[in-house]
Design a protein around this ligand. Structure first.
Ligand SMILES: Cc1ncc(COP(=O)(O)O)c(C=O)c1O
Length: 396
């Protein structure tokens, strides 16, 4: 039977594919160390369970209001006040089934067929496919040669009369780098000058390390308010990936359209999961802090071990839980007679030889790199890095 061109053009998520492969090998009894997955390995905070349990007991199992339960929208509004001193009315917030669908719904609200959306590469896999799913055109501005920071003149050159939006993610998946205040302001100036939407995905904003500071663009440029849609959620900061709760916030007009779209798509996010997210956001500051400390320690550990290895280099991650490692010195060489033609080959041979799973940079439009997620225990990081070192030492 015929399938649509739209769906035939879609590539499955490479990060989820690596994870599935690692799990398959694990189920065969193989001792795989996976750096593939982009999810915290912690249990969700107790308050999430408490609120979810109570919601079930109280019978909160019917359709929720499509844009989200009022208490959660109010909590998100309060959070943006506390965190960034921003006034965001609950009517400017739509809660959905994860940040991922909120990005999709936002794109659907902005992009007409053939409209262009600018991404900075390396870029997260799902942006590319989602833009295609709304019949938009992906326009990529590469940041590899500028230390993964955008070259603003290159961004401006990429803007055409068909550009509808620029989609920015900081801290970045996959590089872990962040954009500083100056860079954000300059991107904001471009958005205003060329009348573009500014889609701002800050899903990792609470996972920032050391002296680095995460800015919300509206703190720097309040005049962006009419064109800025923010994406956030509880998946990463609260170890709540499976509950599937994310949200978008922006000007009332677009948010009411996003809500209308959502009303036909999912009828809103799972009621019990919304209560769980509320519990986490209200009452798990200490749990969040503990997870943050663990990530910080893991980051120090993995960066220290990687820095001592031959053939590889990487920018120190400032946020999120990824290290993006340059393996170009290995490409074209061999491991025990097996040619490492590119990063995809490298990952396949590494998995086969040492049972270490990582995601090839090609999945993020950055061939020649590997993304390591350090959302793994310190023990797994040590063992995985021992195996990686052994692998690298045998490349000739
Ligand atoms: C940059 C970025 N945005 C959004 C998401 C999606 O988050 P959620 O699990 O809330 O859908 C991810 C998850 O990997 C991500 O890396």
């Amino acid at each position: 039977m015929k399938l649509s061109q739209r769906i035939l053009g879609i590539e499955p998520s490479a990060t989820l594919a690596v994870d599935a492969k690692a799990k398959e090998l694990q189920s065969q009894g193989k001792n795989v160390i996976s750096f593939g997955t982009g999810e915290p390995d912690f249990v969700s905070p107790p308050a999430a369970f408490d609120y979810a349990r109570r919601a079930m007991e109280e019978g909160r199992t019917h359709y929720p209001p499509t844009p989200g339960i009022p208490a959660l929208r109010q909590e998100i509004s309060s959070y943006y006040k506390r965190r960034f001193d921003l006034d965001v009315a609950p009517e400017q917030i739509v809660v959905g089934c994860g940040a991922k669908p909120m990005i999709y719904e936002t794109l659907a609200a902005i992009v007409d067929a053939g409209d262009e959306v600018i991404l900075l590469s390396p870029t997260w896999v799902s942006y590319i496919e989602q833009i295609r799913l709304v019949d938009g055109k992906v326009v990529v501005v590469d940041t590899e040669k500028t230390n993964f920071q955008p070259d603003l003149s290159a961004v401006e050159q990429a803007i055409t009369p068909r550009t509808a939006a620029i989609l920015i993610n900081s801290p970045s998946n996959p590089t872990g780098v962040m954009y500083d205040a100056e860079t954000l302001r300059s991107l904001g100036v471009l958005a205003v000058k060329h009348d573009l939407w500014f889609i701002w995905d800050e899903i990792y904003e609470q996972l920032v390390y050391g002296e680095n500071r995460h800015w919300h663009p509206l703190q720097l440029m309040p005049e962006l308010a009419e064109r800025l849609v923010t994406i956030n959620g509880v998946s990463k900061s609260y170890a709540m990936t499976g509950w599937r709760i994310g949200y978008a916030l922006g000007p009332k007009e677009i948010m009411s359209k996003i809500n209308a779209f959502q009303s036909h798509l999912t009828s809103g996010a799972t009621s019990v999961a919304q209560w769980a997210a509320l519990g986490a956001m209200r009452e798990s500051e200490a749990d969040k802090q503990k997870m943050h400390e663990a990530f910080q320690a893991r980051r120090t550990l993995i960066c220290g071990l990687l820095a001592a290895m031959p053939l590889v280099s990487f920018p120190e991650p400032q946020g999120a839980f990824y290290v993006f490692v340059n393996i170009k010195n290995c490409i074209g060489k061999s491991y025990k007679g097996q040619l490492l033609k590119d990063d995809i080959d490298f990952c396949a041979v590494l998995l086969e030889a040492e049972l270490v799973a990582v995601v090839p940079g090609s999945a993020f439009l950055a061939p020649g790199y590997l993304r390591f997620s350090y959302a793994a225990s310190e023990e797994a990081i040590r063992e995985g890095m021992t195996r990686l070192r052994r692998f690298l030492e045998q490349i000739t």
